[in-house]
Design a binder for this molecule. Structure first.
Ligand SMILES: O=C(O)c1ccccc1NCC(=O)[C@H](O)[C@H](O)COP(=O)(O)O
Length: 207
C-alpha cells in the first residue's frame, strides 16, 4: 500500500496548494496559540475552501476545551482531529469527527499499550518526546521502538526531512508519515521545493 503523507503546520494558501500539487494526502492545521504555526479559524477556513477535492484536512489541538474544538469543526468543516495533549480516549471521541492521537515517544512508553488505550483512534501518530514541548520538535526518535505489527496503523512523525524520509519509510513501513519543520523555509512558512523533495523521498523509500 502506498505510504500516505501529511504536511502539518499549514498557515498559508500557497503552501497548502504547493503540498497538494506535490501529491500530499493530508494537510494539518495547528490550533494551539503558543505554536509559531498556529492558525486562526477564519484563516484555516479560507485555506480549506481553496482546496480541490480528496485532500484530507486535519485540525490539531493540545488540551483544547470543547468550545474551541466545536468552533473549528463547525467553521472549517475539518475532516479529522489530531489530539496532541493529555486528552483521554473518551474526550477524543466526543467531537463528531474521526480522530488521531499523537503519542510522544518518552523513554519507557509502550506503543502496544498506547494502541490498546486509544483503540478508537483511526491511527496513532508517533512523535519525538521533548519535555514541555507538545510537538513540532524537529527531532527524531529511535524508530526501532515501533513494533512491526503496528506499522500499518502508525503515522510516523518527528524530525522527518527530505534527507531522512526514504530511510524512515524503508525501515518503519508506516501507514503514513507526517512532516512540519523538515519542509519549512521558516516556522509556519513551507518551502515548495523541500515539499517536492520530501515526496520524492517517500517514493524512493517504497521502491
Ligand atoms: O507544529 C507545532 O508547532 C506543534 C505544536 C504543538 C503541538 C503539535 C505541533 N505539531 C504537530 C505535528 O503534527 C508535527 O507535524 C509533528 O510534531 C512533527 O513535527 P516536526 O518534527 O517539525 O516534523
Amino acid at each position: 500500500m502506498r505510504t500516505r503523507v501529511k504536511i502539518c503546520g499549514i498557515t498559508r494558501e500557497q503552501d497548502a496548494l504547493a503540498a497538494v500539487r506535490a501529491g500530499a494526502d493530508a494537510l494539518g492545521f495547528v490550533f494551539y496559540p503558543p505554536s509559531p504555526r498556529h492558525v486562526e479559524v477564519a484563516q484555516a477556513r479560507q485555506i480549506i475552501r481553496s482546496l480541490p477535492p480528496f485532500v484530507t484536512t486535519v485540525a490539531l489541538f493540545v488540551n483544547a476545551d470543547r468550545g474551541s474544538i466545536a468552533e473549528v469543526v463547525q467553521e472549517t468543516g475539518i475532516d479529522l482531529i489530531q489530539f496532541h495533549g493529555h486528552e483521554c480516549p473518551d474526550y477524543c471521541a466526543e467531537h463528531g469527527r474521526p480522530w488521531i492521537k499523537a503519542i510522544r515517544m518518552q523513554d519507557g512508553l509502550d506503543p502496544d499499550k498506547a494502541m490498546a488505550d486509544y483503540a478508537g483512534a483511526q491511527a496513532l501518530l508517533l512523535d519525538a518526546y521533548r519535555p514541555g514541548v507538545p510537538g513540532g520538535t524537529g527531532e527524531t526518535f529511535d524508530w526501532r521502538r515501533i513494533p512491526e505489527h503496528l506499522a500499518g496503523r502508525i503515522i510516523l512523525a518527528g524530525g522527518l526531512t527530505p534527507d531522512n524520509i526514504a530511510h524512515a519509510v524503508r525501515q518503519v513501513k508506516p501507514y503514513a508519515v507526517d512532516v512540519s519543520g523538515g519542509v519549512e523555509a521558516e516556522k509556519g512558512i513551507k518551502d515548495a521545493d523541500a515539499i517536492q523533495r520530501f515526496m520524492r523521498g517517500v517514493q524512493l523509500g517504497q521502491e
